[in-house]
Design a protein around this ligand. Sequence first.
Ligand SMILES: NC(=O)c1ccc[n+]([C@@H]2O[C@H](COP(=O)([O-])OP(=O)(O)OC[C@H]3O[C@@H](n4cnc5c(N)ncnc54)[C@H](OP(=O)(O)O)[C@@H]3O)[C@@H](O)[C@H]2O)c1
Length: 341
Amino acid sequence: MPEYQNRAVVLARRPVGEVRDEDFRIETEIMRELRPGEILIQVLWLSLDPYMRPKMNDVESYMPPMELDKVAQGENVGRIVESRSEKFAVGDYVTSFTGWQQYAIVSDATPMLYKVEPAGLPPSVFLGPAGMPGRTGYLGLTRVGNPKSGETVVVSAASGAVGSVVGQVAKMLGCRAVGIAGGEAKCRYAVDELGMDACIDYKAGNLAADLAAACPDGIDVYFENVGGDVSRAVAPLLNAGSRVPICGYISQYNATDLASAESPFEVFGALPTPPEHRFFLVFEWNDEHAETTQRLADWIKSGQLKYRESVAVGLDAAVAAFRGMLRGENFGKQLVKVSDD
Ligand SMILES: NC(=O)c1ccc[n+]([C@@H]2O[C@H](COP(=O)([O-])OP(=O)(O)OC[C@H]3O[C@@H](n4cnc5c(N)ncnc54)[C@H](OP(=O)(O)O)[C@@H]3O)[C@@H](O)[C@H]2O)c1
């Protein structure tokens, strides 16, 4: 096997509040020879996702925390450059949770290692609209939100990786789709490009009034991505029988003690007549991974599902891009281009 030199971003210490450059360091290594059943992946694109920030704290949640002095965790898409596997061949594209690095060796039996068939699509879409965020938006909306034609669906972080899919699927299902996003440009995009009926800029200062005006018949489904002030503005507008899939609450993710930060579950649970509300994880529907990915990829190919990407170039740019995403500086799916295809 030729020599492959890896560069990896390692978690050097636990961040307090926003991540800092000093919380990470770059390490290099020469990749070892493959053992039977293993593959060597050259990472093309790294996905930066909000959930990574709570995982950098020393707190157990639905997944164990990231370990210090280990490669920062995350999903990427790459191409197999060496294989001793009967399941995967050199040239195959795969998504895997092999982290912030240029190369990874894994067993072909690794959980959450999936072959993807780009079939004309850029491989990066399998980290965005046809990837984990797309499946989250589609499955969370349809399985927990259960929207019906004619109902009003509100989604926060509406221009983002998950929110953009929620808004577009809500429209496909015949709903009125109202986004909430930070800034005029993101709101214009949600309406003009993604086809939502309205989008409210929560930074403009009139969120409660603007949202009430955009939802004259109240809100039947609120897809929660953000928490905090946004949840509180949505709560009084929820109709009897409404549903709130709680996908995440990014506004609190830099909190040092996320467990004590206010969660949307508390905001909606405290209402006199609470909506149906629950946290969900996309992994609840792992058995539908392949068919959901295919459905989303087909919609992208046919132009029914639009998306945007924010690209940071090179692993050295990953930490700043991650910090920026938790400030809302990304516009669409945040990616790091790790190497050329
Ligand atoms: N449950 C699951 O299985 C699952 C899976 C994937 C993602 N998620 C959750 O889905 C949500 C969206 O994730 P994503 O990957 O699609 O990210 P994203 O929307 O592409 O990017 C994050 C966006 O969040 C918004 N934001 C950041 N800080 C904020 C704040 N303080 N207040 C309000 N908005 C803020 C920003 O948009 P604005 O500029 O519009 O504010 C930012 O662009 C997150 O909560 C994430 O944890 C959950």
